[in-house]
Design a protein around this ligand. Sequence first.
Ligand SMILES: Nc1ncnc2c1ncn2[C@@H]1O[C@H](COP(=O)(O)OP(=O)(O)O)[C@@H](O)[C@H]1O
Ligand SMILES: [Mg+2]
Length: 250
Amino acid sequence: MENNLNMSGSRPAQANGSEPLLNLRNVWKTYQMGEITFDALKDVNLTIDKGEFVVILGPSGSGKSTMMNLIGCLDLPSRGIVELNSRDISTLGESELAQIRGQMIGFIFQQFNLIPTLNTIENVMLPLEFQEADPTFARKRAEELLAVVGLSEKKNNLPSQLSGGQRQRVAIARSLAVNPKVILADEPTGNLDSKTGSYILEFLSGLHKREGTTIIIVTHDLKPVQYADRVVHIKDGMVEKIETIHREAM
Ligand SMILES: Nc1ncnc2c1ncn2[C@@H]1O[C@H](COP(=O)(O)OP(=O)(O)O)[C@@H](O)[C@H]1O
Ligand SMILES: [Mg+2]
């Protein structure tokens, strides 16, 4: 029997043409610290379709970064299954996972994760170098992306010579370098003033609308919610509820 009250977020293949990108099924993540174990995620079920803009919202310590690491194939669950494009990621080897991450997913980390000894343009070129792209192409692409995020004139600055908002924009340009199908952002507005935060969200929203890029944001900040197709509320490592946002057609 059809269960209309299914709050798990796990849905069967859609009749309306949407295709699942990611599927978390009964996912647990348990951290072991000596004798002590801690369940950071408890039986999480969530499906994210290609082209969705999803905000995973929860307070500090609720398991958001843990979830982002699983979604981004940076970590494996302790129990349960994470599927990407219908493939169980635990069956893939590290080099295959690294390849998927490199080609498909653009990461925007909470602490930016820029390389301090590389300047702005070199940081943006890095993912292309990992893909062994032609260096001339990589530099040209990085220059285009820096123009997009409004940082062309800072291309020779080191991260230490940039403001927080500028560092975040470098991180965004870098995440876009490989033209990813998915952008995965951990607290992208967390360390920014509200104007820069809005700029970043507008930018991601534009990418979502123009290119159909799947955007997944994990955050405690309510501001990204206004751009989302769905909001996944998490608390104490559990999915509390999933809200679908219905917008009036303009
Ligand atoms: N490597 C780890 N070892 C032990 N506990 C961890 C580890 N990473 C996270 N935790 C714990 O798991 C919980 C969720 O952490 P996290 O996913 O970082 O939450 P959030 O990103 O929502 O703030 C927290 O209580 C945190 O202390
Ligand atoms: Mg976090």
